[in-house]
Design a protein around this ligand. Structure first.
Ligand code: FA5
Length: 348
């Protein structure tokens, strides 16, 4: 029974080698050596075809026993080695529960978003709706519907990024005026809305200009709205943003979509109006443009300008944030530098 002896010898050899294996890699190569497709047990089995029919089942049984035994030896060894490795790792990585934990740094609402949310809260409290516009606009709504026809010289101040000759990135939030006016049903009451969002201009970036910045548009249209309503509204806004003692003043200005138009200044929150470096010694700081909505803007949206009128304003929250927090370069808001932004972390 030569083959049976061979199998017994293989088992003995496997026992010796498995007991000496020190790594999982060695265990795996022993498995290949003995049980693999070209392994030793397999090659003994291949010789079975030369045996007599009586011998075959006897040897087959023996071969299965040897294979099972080697399989068991290997898996036992594998388990032992894995257990040892785990114990070693645990011993080396002992956890010191008294060590202070790692601080998880959380982000915060961006300072510009905070300013816009504060302004939204104020106007929501006065019954305004907050309306979102699209950043990609048509030339028609961005310019024509706010009284800036093709070739109007005031277009020069608001060059932008064009997608096609008729589609562009909006230069201000004012196109939302026409878009809201033409949707509004005055039989349901007055139109009172603000619209915050990003706008774009072909401005060269410097300390006070960015090619992408934010604006908040505001508009109120009803019967009997006067400039006193505009002034009272903006006074509230100035006090909310810069403190209760603030006053505002209106200076004549020009926008094609409002008549009359004004620039609005707030009394300097740093010096109280005496004159300092923030207000460039004038006691006043310009914060926004505004005016009484031009009748033609209303008529273009199908609103009867004899019956209805009102005011609009547009402010730049980036500039307001700069003033409020003494930030000397607008580009800081767009660098995503956590060291700069974390100073504006809201409490609670
Ligand atoms: C306008 O854009 C008018 N649509 C505002 C308006 C609306 C007037 C409704 C009347 C009625 P102006 O170009 O002045 O106006 O821009 C308004 C504000 O946007 C400025 O006061 C300033 O705060 C901000 N702004 C303008 N250009 C830049 C820029 N490149 N970077 C940062 N802020 C800017």
């Amino acid at each position: 029974m030569e083959m049976e002896e061979k199998l017994s010898a293989l088992l003995e050899a496997a026992k010796a080698e498995v007991s000496e294996a020190e790594t999982l890699k060695e265990v795996e190569s022993l498995r290949v050596k003995y049980l693999g497709k070209k392994g030793e047990v397999t090659s003994v089995l291949k010789g079975m075809k030369d045996l007599s029919p009586e011998q075959r089942p006897v040897l087959g049984k023996k071969a299965n026993e040897v294979r099972d035994e080697i399989t068991a030896l290997l898996s036992e060894k594998r388990e032992t080695l894995e257990k040892e490795a785990l114990e070693k790792q645990l011993a080396e990585e002992a956890i010191d529960v008294t060590l202070p934990g790692k601080q998880v740094t959380t982000g915060q609402t961006h300072v510009l978003t905070q300013i816009m949310e504060e302004i939204e809260d104020l106007f929501l409290g006065m019954g305004y709706q907050v309306i979102e516009g699209t950043e990609v606009e048509t030339d028609y709504y961005n310019f024509e519907r706010v009284n800036l026809p093709q070739n109007h010289p005031a277009r020069d101040m608001q060059d932008t990024f064009y997608i096609t000759s008729d589609i562009l990135l909006r230069t201000h939030t004012s196109p939302i005026q026409a878009r809201t006016l033409e949707q509004h049903d005055f039989s349901n009451g007055p139109l009172k809305m603000i619209s915050p969002g990003k706008v774009y201009r072909r401005d060269t970036d410097d300390a006070t200009h960015s090619h992408q910045f934010h604006q908040i548009e505001g508009m109120v249209i009803d019967e009997n709205i006067t400039m006193a309503d505009l002034k009272g509204t903006l006074e509230l806004l100035a006090k909310k943003m810069f403190g209760e003692e603030r006053e505002i003043r209106l200076r004549p200005s020009y926008f094609p979509f409002t008549e009359p138009s004004v620039e609005v200044d707030v009394s300097c929150f740093k010096c109280g109006g005496k004159g300092c470096n923030v207000c460039k010694q004038t006691g006043w700081i310009e914060i926004l443009g505004a005016g009484m909505t031009h009748p033609h803007v209303l008529e273009m949206s199908g609103v009867d300008s004899k019956k209805y009128g009102g005011f609009a304003f547009g402010l730049g929250p980036d500039r307001i944030a700069m003033l409020k927090y003494g930030v000397d370069d607008i580009r800081n808001f767009y660098l995503n530098d956590q060291r700069f932004l974390e100073q504006f972390k809201r409490k609670g």
